[in-house]
Design a protein. Structure first.
Length: 201
């Protein structure tokens, strides 16, 4: 696990953009296009947000990550953001793919009191992030069980997935309370991006 500043915020700018990848991916693979373009670097060069910081968080999520749970990922994100001074930003925008959106929402729910006290504004730009689980995670269920991959297991789309149901309820309650300044957008994708060459639907 690691957090890397692609570019720190300029003096006087309180905005940091935090990229969080999805399951079975990494901060490098998730955000790099086949032509070599790296989204975080592209954003760092954008004049409109020239003074904003750009930060990439990578966590353990490969097939052999075993019992390293979503809760562990959230704790790691919290600690890296604290150590790297991302939490000092008054505006934090999360750009997340898939499970990264679940990690970011759990982080926001867990740190809500601190974020409210610091008057931090939160932005969420979610790409294919399943609020209540993913049918693909069900499809990968046998692999998740074989490798004892607790993260993939936590993404199951079913009514007994209390972890995601509790997160969705807590996040909706926080959003409707209007105590924390939050804005966001969601994008939906229709292409299976994990193991796309091996697994076709």
């Amino acid at each position: 696990m690691q957090g890397i500043w692609i570019k720190k915020p300029a003096d006087g700018d309180d905005t940091s953009v935090v990229f969080v990848h999805g399951v079975l991916s990494s901060g490098e693979a998730c955000w790099r296009h086949a032509n070599g373009t790296f989204w975080p670097e592209l954003l760092a060069q954008e004049e409109v947000v020239a003074n904003a910081g750009v930060y990439v968080f990578t966590y353990k999520t490969g097939f052999f990550s075993g019992t390293y749970s979503l809760g562990d990922v959230v704790d790691a994100l919290k600690e890296h953001m604290r150590l790297d001074d991302v939490m000092k930003s008054r505006r934090i925008v999360f750009v997340c793919h898939s499970m990264g959106g679940i990690v970011a929402r759990r982080f926001v729910v867990q740190r809500a009191a601190e974020l409210i006290e610091n008057r931090t504004s939160i932005g969420l730009f979610l790409v294919a992030s399943p609020s209540l689980g993913s049918g693909y995670a069900n499809w990968l269920g046998p692999l998740a069980k074989f490798f004892e991959h607790t993260q993939a297991d936590a993404l199951r789309f079913e009514q007994t997935n209390t972890w995601l149901m509790d997160l969705d309820r807590d996040f909706q309650n926080l959003k409707s309370s209007d105590r924390l300044s939050m804005n966001g957008k969601e994008l939906v994708e229709d292409t299976f991006v994990v193991l796309r060459k091996l697994l076709r639907r």
